[in-house]
Design a protein. Structure first.
Lengths: 168, 161
């Protein structure tokens, strides 16, 4: 029994050799839109994240559910690639983030589905984004939506908060 | 005015916080039209068990600031004194005034909220009120609706270094 426990303990300890900083995670956000074919209700959004090699690029994809307006039946699918523009350790908002944080604004490009098989191109800017050890916290991130076929601006949206956590 | 005076005076001596939260109104259209709403406010600890909050809840999308609600709340720490515990349960009661800036209409609403789990206190400089549910009562039309906030963040600015 002791030998088994010793082997198990040794294996568990050795497994730390292959442990990595997580690259995959999830994000939750509260979003609103002024966009044809997308509900005007508040949307709760859940997305999966992939940050290759803990670099400045984050890819995310998921769904936004209009709360109280069809829920899953009117869900919109979203995908985006965002790039961190800077990473400043000493920043004026340090007091407002409970964890040790870096100011890390980002910009991104992506897409969102709408009614009638419409897909809009999105341009996103996240000026209030703060990275902590295992994720990020972002607030008040505006986005513009373009119709790629008409090449016209079709609407806008905003994310009140966007919290991402890297777990795997 | 009296509440504002109390908060102003207390803010100099007691702990006070800046608050922010998303707010969802259900069913949409009953008291507030559909859309994304955000709460911003100031909350002061007047007593170990009593807090007061001034708040404004504007509509953000699809028509920014076409509608809003503003008001004052009194909050009660139900389980313990504010500084004695890390986990709390908070009940709020107050009044909101609902504004429709397009028609210039305004109506009073009674607002009751319960935050079943609140994590943090002024010593930690932060507090998160989780899964806060609220009940709105329109006095003139005698109708009810409810609100939900996934979380309400309190930043105890009075303790910032």
């Amino acid at each position: 029994m002791r030998l088994i426990l010793l082997i198990l303990t040794g294996l568990l300890t050795a497994s730390a050799l292959w442990a990595n900083v997580p690259d995959f995670g999830y994000a939750v956000s509260a979003r609103g839109f002024d966009l044809p074919g997308v509900s005007a209700y508040e949307h709760g959004s859940l997305e999966l994240l992939w940050r290759p090699n803990q670099g400045p690029l984050t890819l995310r994809g998921g769904a936004a559910l209009p709360l109280g307006d069809g829920w899953f039946f009117r869900a919109r699918f979203t995908a985006a690639a965002e790039v961190r523009l800077a990473a400043l350790r000493d920043h004026p908002m340090e007091n407002w983030i409970s964890l040790d944080s870096r100011y890390a604004p980002s910009a991104g490009i992506g897409g969102i589905t709408a009614e009638g098989k419409q897909v809009y191109l999105s341009l996103e800017l996240t000026p209030l984004r703060f990275e902590t050890g295992g994720g990020y916290y972002a607030f008040l991130a505006p986005s513009l939506y373009l119709d790629p076929r008409k090449r016209s601006l079709e609407g806008w949206g905003i994310s009140l908060f966007h919290f991402g956590y890297y777990l795997w | 005015m009296l509440l504002f005076f109390i908060i102003s005076v207390s803010a100099a001596a007691a702990d006070w916080a800046v608050t922010a939260a998303p707010v969802s109104f259900f069913p949409a259209g009953k008291h507030m039209p559909e859309g994304l709403y955000a709460q911003a406010g100031i909350r002061a600890a007047l007593h170990p068990r009593l807090e007061a909050e001034l708040l404004v809840i504007p509509r953000i999308t699809p028509e920014p600031f076409s509608h809003a609600a503003a008001g004052a709340m009194a909050g009660f720490n139900l389980l313990a004194d504010l500084e004695d515990a890390y986990f709390h349960m908070i009940a709020d009661i107050g009044m909101l005034c609902r504004f429709d800036f397009r028609t210039q209409e305004k109506d009073p609403l009674v607002y009751v909220r319960i935050s079943p789990l609140s994590i943090g206190n002024p010593d930690y400089r932060y507090r998160e009120r989780i899964f806060t549910a609220g009940l709105l009562y329109d006095i003139q039309n005698q109708t009810f609706s409810w609100t939900f906030s996934t979380w309400i963040q309190d930043w105890f600015v009075s303790r910032f270094r």
